[in-house]
Every structure is written in C-alpha cells, then in structure tokens.
Design a protein around this ligand. Sequence first.
Ligand code: ADP
Length: 263
Amino acid sequence: KAGLKKRTAPFTEPGSLTRIVAVASGKGGVGKSSLTVNLACAMAADGLRVGIIDADVHGFSVPGLMGITQAPTRVDELILPPVAHGVKVISIGMFVDGNQPVVWRGPMLHRALEQFLTDVHFGDLDVLLLDLPPGTGDIAISVSQLLPGSGLLVVTTPQSAAAEVAERAGAVAKQTGQEVLGVVENMSWMDLPDGGRMEPFGSGGGELLAARLSKTLGVDVGLLGRIPLDPRLREGGDSGRPVVLAAPESAVSLEIRRIARTL
Ligand code: ADP
C-alpha cells in the first residue's frame, strides 16, 4: 500500500508498525477462518507483506484453507513458516500428528503462542492476522498480553442469537484494552438464480452487534461489511485457493477485498 512505512521494531514491541488484526467470533462456523485467509490473500494481492498465525488451536483450519501441506522448516533456532499465495502461515496444526485432537490447556497454549511470536521468522510484515478460537478463551487473553497493540475484528452472522454471543467475544476488549476495529457480518444473504435474494440467517445481526459493542465499549464500533453466501467461498477453502483469488470479481470477493482495504 502506498505510503506504508517500513517496520521499525518486532511486532511484539510497542514501536512496531505491523498492523495486528485478531479475528474473533462468539461461536464456531460463522466463517472466521474463511474470512481470515481471504483478507490475508486480498492484502497480499494488494502488495502488502502478510502473515497469519492460526491460533484456533482446537479447530485449526488455516493450513487446509490455504492449501498448505508442507511443514515449517527449521534453521537453527528459527522456524521458517510455509508461504502460500504470498502469505506466511504458522499453525498449531503444523506441529501435531495428523488429525490428533489438541488437548493442551491455557498455560501451554500461551507458551505455544509466545513461541510463534519469538521463534517463527516472519521477517518484516505490514499485517499480521490471527485466527482466534471462537469464544472468549485463554488464547484471546494471551493475545492481548503478548500483542497489546493488536485490534479485534469480530465476525458474526445476521442471526440475532449469533450477534449476542459475538458481543461477549468483542466485549473482552473492555478488559484487555484492545481496540475493536469493527464488525463483519458473514452469510448475510444468498443471491438466487432467478435474481431474487434469500436471507437464510435473518438480518440485522451485524448492525446489532456493532451498536451493542459501541455502547459497551463507549467508542464507535463500525459495521465494516456484509459478505453474502456463495458456494465458491466454500469451494475455495476446500481446494486451498481462497475465493478472493479463485473468483476475484464475485460479489463475495469484492466485498472482502474492500473490507481488507479498510483495516
Ligand atoms: P469458523 O472459522 O467461524 O468456524 P469457517 O470459516 O470454518 O468458520 O466456515 C464454516 C463453514 O462455512 C465452512 O464450510 C465455510 O466454507 C463456510 N462458509 C463460511 N462463509 C461462507 C460464505 N460467505 N459463503 C459460503 N460458505 C461459507
């Protein structure tokens, strides 16, 4: 992006110019991981240096969504993250056996995240995205402690019940002092072949969440965008080529690319 200055300090330090965006949700299945990888690919396509830390330890899915099968390489004490679609990616999933469940508890997760931040050689980054686990767990607190400059992006569906659980994930910022960058509503509607539009999850969740977080946090939290349902988004995840790259001119991709430029 024009005018972006080079980083002057590692992103764990206060002087860092790396934009750190932690993507949060109240519950699973709302599209948090899909949004994370698509935002990252959109930013990389815009010429930014982008990294992702998949911190969704119990449901890590970023390597699959990015089409990464290779393991990180080690050089002395450093871990070199695999690169896909121009994005550097590290995930707990790269350090466990196949589909084994991750049974680590809080302190171990904190140490794993700490190690990702210190031992993984990301180099200079313009943006670091973190895919947080759903809810308000230990990792969200660890992120705020290890990366106090990180901002939260909260994802919800239009369903009011979903927006209510997402509010708790966003309200964590009140305790951690993190900035809430905004709300993204996903699965907002579906365009039908006959030209009509369907709203399978209802409407208004994104606006409701933004209004409630604004009230709780006492600052203006905006609804940054509304992303439609599109089977191509799911297919992009299944094939490891995110929809913003596979179908860049689709409505879903145009909206994600627009949101990426506001962050
Ligand atoms: P989360 O990270 O919140 O658990 P995922 O990103 O894994 O959610 O998405 C859950 C499922 O919904 C995935 O199968 C994904 O492909 C699908 N999905 C998410 N957003 C959309 C969308 N806008 N259109 C179509 N499918 C979507």
